[in-house]
Design a protein around this ligand. Sequence first.
Ligand code: URA
Length: 232
Amino acid sequence: MNADRNQYLSAMGVEQWVLRRQAEPSEATLATPSPETAEVNAPDNTPGLDWPALQQRVAGCTLCQLSASRKQTVFGVGDHNADWLIIGEAPGADEDAQGEPFVGRAGKLLNAMLEGVGLKREQVYIANILKCRPPNNRDPRPEEVQHCKQYLTRQIELLKPKVILAVGRIAAQNLLQTEEAIGRLRGKAHRLQHFDIPVIATYHPAYLLRKPTEKRKAWEDLKLARTTLNRS
Ligand code: URA
C-alpha cells in the first residue's frame, strides 16, 4: 500500500480490513431518482454578471418557494481561479445556518476526500445544484433545479474549471441530464454539455458516511478526476 493511498484511507477513516466486495445497496437504491426534466420559464438574470453581482443576485432570489423557508442563500465558496469545481446537491441545515456549502459532517468528509488527492478546500471551488435548502432535506424539485440552473451556469462560465466533480446522484444526474444510477455514472469521464468540461461523478459524502465500504471507489473517482485534469 503506497503512502498516497495510506494517507487517503486514514483521512477517510477506512479500516484496512474492510471487505471490498461486500454486498451493499447502491446509493441509487436509497433514494428515488428525480432527474431534472421540468421545463420552467425561468428568466435568465445572470448574463454578464461578475462574481459579486452574481452573489448579490442569488442572495435576493425569489424565483422559487425555497426563498420563503431559507435562512440565507448558499452561493458557493473557494478559489475563483480553481481548476476543480465540486458540485453537490443543496444546502443542508448547517449550510443554511452558516451560508457556506459542505460545512457539516459530509463537508468534513469531503475535505478529507480532497486532501486524499493533495487538495485543500481553499484550492477548489465548491457549489451546489440548489442555492437554498429544501425543507427537511428533501430532494430538490425539478422546477427548483430549473430556476437555480442559471446561477450555477454563470458560476461555471466565470470559473472555467478544468474538471468538475459531481458529488452524489442529484448533482450527477442533473449535470449530465440522465436518469442513470450513480453507480453506473461514476468511474468514467463525461463531458458537460455546452461547456465541454470533463465531469467525474462520485458518491456523496453523506452516503459514504452511511456506507464506508464505498470510500475506496470514491478515492478511485478522485484520482480519475486528477488524471483527467492533468491530461487536459
Ligand atoms: N450536501 C450537499 O450536497 N451540499 C452541501 O452543501 C451540504 C450537504
